[in-house]
Design a protein around this ligand. Sequence first.
Ligand code: SF4
Length: 349
Amino acid sequence: MTSWQKLIKNSISHHDQLSRFPGIDQKEIAEVCRIYPMRVNPYYMELIQQSGDPLWRQAIPDIRELLDQTGLDDPLDEENLSPVPNLVHKYPDRVLFLVSSQCSMYCRFCTRKRKVGRKEMVIDDKTIAAGLAYIQKNKEIREVLLSGGDPLMLTDVQLEKILQAVRRINTVEVIRIGTRIPCTLPMRVTRKLASMLKKYHPLYINTHFNHPAEITPESTLACSRLADAGIPLACQTVLLKGVNDDKLIIQELMCKLLQIRVKPYYLFQADLTRGADHFRTPVETGLEIMRYLIGRISGMAVPTYALDAPGGGGKIPLTPDYISSLDENSLEFLTYQGTPCSYPNSRHE
Ligand code: SF4
């Protein structure tokens, strides 16, 4: 067993392992765990300073997960968009291929909390073969996004087998891996893993950090190893109440990501996931944060604020409004400092 696998084995998954935190209701945590599992590996647990802090909220069950009356089990309609189990074909030229049901931590706000880490999510050689056959048959698929769960929870051998099979399909141009491991269990990103991944270029990794306290020497090293292997890294952050719904926190996070060679990509409005309603912020909060970031920090560090439309409608950018008026003669707008400005809209025909 490798060292990262030992860390997974030593994860916290039972309410009585939290007894050192004063004032928590272990009975409530146990109730939530009966429906939605808990797993917090020792690395991430060490980053938690106290109960209720932003990292705690992402990792430790909350009774509000069971009280949510408004959320949807499958907010993005992924099951209906799956021609074969665990493969979502929403956009014409790309697919989301779920290759692992496990994560190094079960995030309490996860869009796939209906199945991740639960017996409902069965991924085996048969489902992987069915996914590969579907990709092989549908020639319009140019990009394959491996996700889960977390694909980096597979062993190097298991993951390489899938990468080899996808690369053998000559209509697939780009492979992307969606993983939270560089943030939640960075020691999984070994030199060996990075040199295996670099054989399958063009390969991109989208990772997921939500708070500046998640950027540590260990996560910095993990991202360096991947970047040094020529893998472009981007981050999909989720806007979460009580975690990062604050312009200064997001500003710090985005700037730190850029420093560790990760390009901020999306800032997502939280999905309408059942059990995660207490994390949702008003859309105005996201727009206000974006208004604060634009012009203040490098454009390289500014993510796109987006909503993944319920029912499988795809990602919709949500942009603060700068345009005051637009006609055939001029565009009137506000600068990022709020100063009115105009631009001649002449057409050269
Ligand atoms: S790592 Fe990703 S897939 Fe796994 S629980 Fe967290 S958000 Fe969900």
